[in-house]
Design a protein around this ligand. Structure first.
Ligand code: AP5
Ligand code: MG
Length: 250
């Protein structure tokens, strides 16, 4: 009997949760699109596409750290060792860089977050800062570990425009050169197999638990991200169209 009551309650909870994730957004508030997912799940690839379609800025905390490292800023100096090891940068440094970026005027209508939040403290901080002030659409890109390792072992990125390639499945037309801007392509130093292994371990320990955090609030939208980039992009676009039609350009 108790088992039956429990399963009815669980069923009701799941229906309510699903209904909340399907809620429409308010056109009067900025919309924050969050891409959760393991390293190599396609957060950067999909953010670039969504950013073009929706006209919202793409904010990757990883890219912000890499820019600071390249420019040798104080923040870059502090973050460098963490990125090289595949560890997470301490929350306080992440908050400085993220909240400064989202305060810029180009974020007024909303933005796409790639790689943030990544810890429970970051998720709570975001919620406390934006509660009732923004719509949230939270996508969870789901990809198997084997596919992640395959993808990251051949990733190439343009130094100039940030476009992302994959040696085997999405190679540039001319080796080492970006199709779009002619920039030089490079491999990220944290894509070495031993660092990828550590990044995945850290993901399972610190970031994957956020799925439950958002699921319990009925906010998580799982996306099968194992297929081709175009297929994944179509799923994301369809969800945005449904939940935030105001963002889709006519
Ligand atoms: P970050 O730069 O965010 O790295 P990540 O989360 O490990 O994710 P990646 O950028 O490696 O993968 P992605 O999901 O963007 O995949 P991509 O689209 O490139 O963070 C780096 C570091 O910064 C962290 O380790 C940490 O030190 C620090 N950091 C950042 N944010 C932090 C935070 N909030 N808190 C603390 N520390 C933080 O795709 C990967 C490859 O797959 C590409 O080659 C691509 O062409 C290919 N691909 C993509 N989609 C598909 C597809 N559908 N099919 C086939 N191939 C595909
Ligand atoms: Mg990325």
């Amino acid at each position: 009997m108790l088992t039956k009551i429990f399963s009815i309650l669980l069923g009701l909870f799941m229906i309510t949760s699903q209904a909340k994730a399907e809620n429409k957004t308010s056109p009067d508030k900025p919309t924050v699109i969050i891409l959760l997912g393991a390293p190599g799940s396609g957060k950067g690839t999909q953010s670039l596409e969504l950013s073009k379609i929706l006209g919202l800025p793409h904010i990757s905390t990883g890219d912000l750290f890499r820019e600071n490292i390249k420019l040798d800023t104080d923040l870059g100096k502090q973050a460098k060792g963490y990125l090289e090891k595949g560890a997470l940068v301490p929350d306080e440094l992440v908050f400085d860089i993220l909240f400064d970026r989202i305060s810029k005027s180009d974020c007024a209508k909303g933005y796409i977050l790639d790689g943030f939040p990544r810890t429970s403290a970051q998720a709570h901080e975001l919620e406390d800062t934006l509660r009732n002030k923004a719509n949230f659409i939270i996508f969870n890109l789901k990809v198997s570990d084997a596919e992640i390792i395959r993808r990251l072992s051949g990733r190439l990125i343009c130094k100039k425009c940030g476009r992302i390639y994959q040696k085997d499945t999405n190679p540039p037309k001319v080796a080492g050169v970006c199709d779009f801007c002619g920039g030089e392509l490079y491999q990220r130093s944290d894509d070495k197999p031993e660092v990828v292994k550590e990044r995945l371990r850290v993901y399972y320990e610190q970031t994957k638990p956020l799925e439950d955090f958002y699921k319990q609030q009925g906010m998580l939208i799982d996306i099968d991200a194992e297929g081709a980039p175009d297929t994944v992009e179509k799923s994301l676009e369809a969800k945005v169209k449904d939940l935030a039609p105001q963002l889709i350009k006519k």
